[in-house]
Design a protein around this ligand. Sequence first.
Ligand code: COA
Ligand code: AMP
Length: 631
Amino acid sequence: MTESYETAFNSALADREAFWAAAAESIAWNKRWERVLDSDNPPFYRWFPGAEINTCHNALDRHVENGRADQLALIHDSPVTGQIVCFTYRELLGHVAKLAGGLRELGVARGDRVLIYMPMVPEAVMAMLACARLGAIHSVVFGGFASNELATRIDDAKPKVIVSASCGIEVNRVIAYKPLLDEAINLAAFKPQSCVVLQRDAETASMIDGRDHDWNELVGAAAAAECVPVAATDPLYILYTSGTTGLPKGIVRDNGGHAVALDWSMRNVYGLEAGDVFFTASDVGWVVGHSYIVYAPLIHGCTAILYEGKPVGTPDAGAFWRVIAEHGARAMFTAPTAFRAIKREDPDGELIKQYDLSKFETLFLAGEHADPATVQWAEKHLGVPVIDHWWQTETGWPIAANCMGLDPAPVKYGSATKPVPGWDLRVLDFDGSEMKAGEIGALCAKLPLPPGSLPTLWNADDRFVEAYLDDFPGHYHTADAGYVDEDGYVYVMTRTDDIINVAGHRLSTGAIEEVLSEHSDVAECAVVGAADELKGQVPLGFLVLKVGAEKSPEEVAGDVVRMVRDQIGPVVSFKTALVVPRLPKTRSGKTLRGTMRSIADGEDYKVPATIDDPAILDEITGCLKSAGLIS
Ligand code: COA
Ligand code: AMP
């Protein structure tokens, strides 16, 4: 019988160690833990200290040993190349063990970092698992980031080896990855010893003698490597995410707590069993890809779909339904923006009717606010529950969800439903006191966080404490604001920092501003996230030029758009910069970004009492009107 949500939630709060020790029984350990939770050094907490584990063994070997050898582990469905390639658990294990052998030949050992800069090809998954097999720490960098961003991550993670591919394939163009990688290594102060490059048919990369190794040659010559047991508390990966400055935060994920939490979430949050097919349309460069394309489905014995395509344009807005039907997916997970794109092209859901979706049971949405219109459109046309759930790169798995394996609750539109068992969610006022039901405050989780969430930032314990734990002592501050209603439903309203969410991609306006300020004609700038019908938000830049600027306002605006694309990457979707005479500021000199955003969104706004000169707001409005951005 399905356990009730209340029972699970209350037992996880009442005795968290017993709760997670029970969940840990579904995982294979090389050595059992001495304690379930080490709370001796708050605010640092460690799950399963003393235990030894190998995450790759849990994702592959144990399933091969336990009767799943011939079940499909991974389906690479790639409309951009017209190929579908399937791997059973036995086959995937074979590839991963050989690649691990090749990496070992290059000197990769337990604790070494390996950076992975790859498109959505099965070799990206193999590279992640091969690192896990050796006890090495991978850091996957999303392919839509440019060389500068890659260089920052190389300097922080100091990888011994970088694994990459000759190219990625977007809807209508091939993107050569290798020149971006070469440039990043040039820019970085730290130099990796070796690069492993997968040559794809669409593009052949030029190789640097002595440093670069051809994937097939390396793997062809390698002996299979066995799993190296590591401490449960050892890092499995570092995943960089936008912080409030240009320096991204290296989120650390451990091995033991991660395996336990993800495995538990598959059954209880996603309602899936071993053998089920799970389709997560995201990218391995994001946390959703790490957790629900790769690790959770494999650890749980499911079949994972790796989709190299888009919701629309590969070839049409029926692409997701084709994938679900062709591979028999029981559940799908993507960002609401993908559904907005589909809805725009196929408003009446005509393409949905062309496919047999009889095995499809649930759609999960996360990554940004799920607007009720999109959720209702999906419900109406798919005829399945649509579950909005809330989480972050830092947490690695959902904080709030309608748990499909635990007696699901009725949906309330606009809410991510209730805190997932293990999360002690609180809504706090500035002074740390708890808000009443329905009142907006800072969404925080009382420490300790459940397993799977970040234990710290890579080589930056102080930054970890300062960024997440200092504001509300004893709590993790999510940097989201929201409220919990009288029925316990969670509503996530807005970020309280300068992070914006562009098509489900998390970006820092501070990082974009750093690029704009580099232009020699820019005196001052501000970037805000303006509302966008498709992408949720898009960055909009405001520039104040220096007196005697050399270039015209149009030229400077064009320059900075190119600079952001070249330095951060196309994924930022930074297309508009507007030259204004001044920026609105408070009397103490703080730029009023929130007011600028309201003006850009055409919303009514209150003139802030602290504003230095209210006339600036009319000037900004005038500039936006002349540029045709508002009416
Ligand atoms: N490598 C190189 N470039 C990439 C890239 C990659 N892996 N991924 C995206 N880009 C480029 C795109 O080609 C595009 O370039 P352009 O400005 O020259 O057109 C730019 O980055 C923006 O890409 P994207 O955000 O994908 O926007 P889009 O306009 O091409 O497509 C959507 C819009 C809604 C279809 C798309 O954003 C989407 O599928 N979103 C799903 C969101 C998602 O998976 N989020 C992950 C968290 S769950
Ligand atoms: P990322 O770290 O890229 O996963 O982004 C995390 C941020 O995305 C969160 O802090 C939220 O601001 C936003 N987010 C994720 N899921 C949701 C959701 N279901 N509803 C509202 N915002 C969300």
